[in-house]
Design a protein around this ligand. Sequence first.
Ligand code: PLP
Length: 400
Amino acid sequence: MRPVYLDNNATTRVDPRVVETMLPYFTEQFGNPSSIHSFGASVGGAVKNARKQVQALLGAEFDHEIIFTSGGTESDNMAILSALEAMPGRDEIITSKVEHPAVLSVCEYLEKTGRAKVHYIGVDSFGRLDLEAFRAALSERVALVTLMWANNETGTIFPVEPLAELAKEVGALFHTDAVQAVGKVPITLKGSAIDMLSLSGHKLHAPKGIGALYVKRGVRFKPQMRGGHQERGRRAGTENAPGVVALGKAAELAMAAMADEQTRVKALRDRLEAGILQRVPNCFVNGDKYDRLPNTCNVAFEFVEGEAILLHLTRAGIAASSGSACTSGSLEPSHVLRAMNIPFTAAHGSIRFSFSRESIDDDVDRVIEVLPGILEKLRTLSPFWAGANEAPKEFKPVYA
Ligand SMILES: *Cc1c(COP(=O)(O)O)cnc(C)c1O
């Protein structure tokens, strides 16, 4: 039986057309893109072309606003560290409690080492940013506001454009971790107030280990990697030419497919969600019903362990992901669900299903077929399960 892969927010399969495009850059086209002889020149041309392809996907104004990096984590680190250095006299950062560790860990490190004061803005039970707290934290002491475009666990989208406008009013830089948004929702950076944006190849059908940081022209940037003059002196090191070419091709493919795929993938996701809510008692959707990525579905199943659900799904040939991260031997619910104040009994049983343009109807059918049985079996074993529909009402089907 065909395996069902619904964990595309963790990583995606490299598109075969992307593989085909990158392969020659390991063999015949092996030159250093910075060399002026013919071996290098053609690779240099391919890198330039890839930069234009990424520029197009982001709706950026200039191709040199794109800096190639090793992925989302490096782009996030680079943006935050650069901003703090580029804004002398300002030592505060505003971020949210639901960011990816690639942002949160850097903020915590800067805080611990006394280099910055960090405001961690909270969210409501749908994962929406506390706008009042955000406005209150804004001041002329803020060097950088870094807020994700879309959450990797729930798919909830932050209104980054208006948030960037607000940051601008106090003269702060605005960075967004758009790793989950790029290729899934339309983005136009030209004319926007967003100064920096991170993206990662392996979340959009390019390989792991390649990504990019967009830095708007005119925004002060302090390199964090010193060495050669690659990337206009903003990120030293010989370019990962095969990866760069792959990311360019993946950007082109994502752009061509986006309009149709957004609708098709959202229909698959919605059918799965409706199917689960209809057939399984005591569950609800985590995240914002309206402002949410079209591919992400995170469901909280009360009174069961997410890990147990995953194990049974795995046995049925279905790959998904749980909201739990194993820390120091105990299963803690994710920081995202905790920030949303999802009750422990439900956060522990939260499962994320994330689709891609390679997902098909059969994937949805298979999950709907096996999931109700898995939940029924696990709940009869659960000491906390006292029968259906006895859950606290305030977190119940807002999605019905
Ligand atoms: C995956 C992810 C990252 C990290 O990207 P890598 O390329 O794996 O380093 C950062 N932010 C978000 C929101 C992600 O989903």
